[in-house]
Design a binder for this molecule. Structure first.
Ligand code: PMP
Length: 466
């Protein structure tokens, strides 16, 4: 299909309210034309001008099986022809939904019992909050409602999930966060540790801070703690050694539920099927989205552990039906897409690929970037990684934010055919390529990234800033 680029651009500028876009700069053309992404195959996408890019971020850490997987497209089409939709209220189901749920309960870490479906990571975390509140109401603990999340954690941008997100720019002018959501310190060793503090010492300190926060709020007022096994949007940062072990001890002590937000880490990204397995996390509730369907269809879920579910079922005679659900909860096309994607994840052992190719990727990034004078830290796990740029390595000092180093790195990479994302909280270039990425493709990604970084370094030298 040939498209009229001018016509589409005009229509877009006139009518689309784009997320995370400076509205005036877009409206006035300062940001240039919208990028019309037209096709995708493997780890590459192509725009309407025919420019190809390696998608080093798998869309938004989600197209794990890569683009153009006909198996998934066919599963979606088959289901759409057979039965495009029916709801899952009042015990209605589809074969695809029942099969998917059985599969998820069996493959998920911890003792999981049931799966509740939504359409996005945000709404799934909204569900998690309601489950925590409902659970504690049924247990006769009506005050045990506060949910603790971490600064720099990302959990979505709807009202509750946006409150859980620990980034002020998601709250400012949006009347968030809600008072039920409280934030604690981020497990970011590079920026948070005191001089000489080991990862274990730093983790222990974060756990003590959490313990003190719960004591201050009152353990009877704290219902849950939510965290990503690996910090994602907050800077792609694996937890410091001993972090989850120390945190879980505190949560157990105070009877506080643990929600593992596996929206990014679920289905192989860390090299294990779930990030919880990678870091010895035993969650009570698990949030999944993105990789569940590799974004071929919007589908998310709150996986409910036995401990929580039993209370819900026991309380049913008292409260009646579980009054929560969306028109699209358990959408049959989403379930068919997820089953087809999970077939690929299992058959092609994508967690194994993320482990093996990921180890190569991490080693390559360290080798090429860690010693550069403007690089503070190269970090990551599996097929998620970040390079953090700093003005002063020895004193851990950031660049002046007006220099926009991260954004310039990302732009330079894009101009060379690689999508790598500039992340908030400093100058960070993030990578999360599809889990089907090969070693040869890793070499390509790292090669382009290197050329982009050197280009920006040369600019800084030219401007006398480095
Ligand atoms: N949780 C995490 C860990 C995420 O990374 C994201 C999205 N980046 C979300 C929740 C929200 O998902 P969605 O954008 O589908 O609402």
């Amino acid at each position: 299909m040939t498209i009229n680029i001018k016509d589409i651009s005009e229509k877009d500028r006139n009518a689309v309210l784009h997320p995370f876009t400076q509205l005036k700069d877009f409206a006035t053309g300062k940001l240039g034309e919208p990028t019309i992404v037209e096709t995708g195959k493997g780890i590459r996408i192509q725009d309407a001008h025919g420019n190809q890019f390696i998608d080093g971020f798998a869309g938004l850490y989600c197209v794990n099986v890569g683009y153009g997987r006909t198996e998934v497209a066919e599963a979606i089409s088959r289901q759409a022809y057979r039965l495009a939709y029916y709801h899952s209220y009042a015990a209605h189901t589809s074969d695809e939904l029942a099969i998917l749920s059985d599969r998820l309960v069996k493959m998920a870490p911890g003792k999981m019992s049931k799966v509740f479906y939504g359409m996005s990571g945000s709404d799934a975390n909204e569900t998690q909050a309601k489950l925590v509140w409902y659970y504690n109401n049924l247990r006769g603990k009506p005050n045990k409602k506060k949910i603790i999340s971490r600064e720099r954690g990302y959990h979505g941008c709807s009202v509750v999930s946006g409150s859980m997100t620990g980034m002020s720019f998601y709250h400012d002018n949006m009347d968030l966060p809600l008072p039920q959501i409280v934030h604690t310190g981020v497990p970011h060793h590079y920026w948070g540790a005191t001089p000489g503090e080991t990862e274990r010492e730093f983790s222990a300190r974060r756990a003590v801070e959490l313990d003190q926060l719960i004591e201050r709020l009152g353990p009877d007022n704290v219902g849950a703690f939510i965290g990503e096994p690996v910090l994602g949007t907050g800077g792609i940062t694996p937890p410091p050694e001993g972090y989850w072990e120390a945190i879980q001890k505190v949560l157990k002590k105070h009877d506080v539920l643990l929600i593992a937000d596996e929206v990014i880490t679920g289905f192989g990204r860390t090299g294990s099927m779930f990030g919880s397995q990678h870091y010895g996390i035993e969650p009570d509730l698990i949030t999944i989205a993105k990789g569940l369907t590799s974004a071929y269809f919007p589908l998310s879920a709150a996986i409910v552990g036995e401990k929580v579910y039993e209370v819900l079922e026991d309380g049913a005679d008292k409260v009646g039906a579980f009054s929560h659900g969306y028109t699209y909860s358990g959408h049959p096309i989403g379930a068919a897409a997820a089953n087809a994607v999970l077939d690929i994840v299992e058959k092609e052992d994508l967690p194994g690929n993320a482990r093996e190719v990921g180890a190569f990727f991490q080693a390559q990034l360290k080798e090429k970037f860690a010693q550069l004078p403007i690089v503070g830290e190269v970090r990551g796990v599996g097929l998620m990684a970040a390079i953090e740029f700093v003005a002063d390595r020895d004193n851990r000092k950031r660049f002046d934010p007006t220099l926009k180093i991260g954004a310039r790195m990302s732009k330079a990479a894009r101009e060379r055919g690689l999508i790598a994302r500039a992340m908030p909280h400093g100058d960070i270039l993030g990578f999360a390529p599809p889990l089907v990425t090969t070693k040869a493709e890793v070499e390509e990604i790292v090669g382009i990234a290197e050329s982009a970084v050197r280009f920006v370094m040369d600019e800084l030298t030219r401007d006398g800033l480095n």
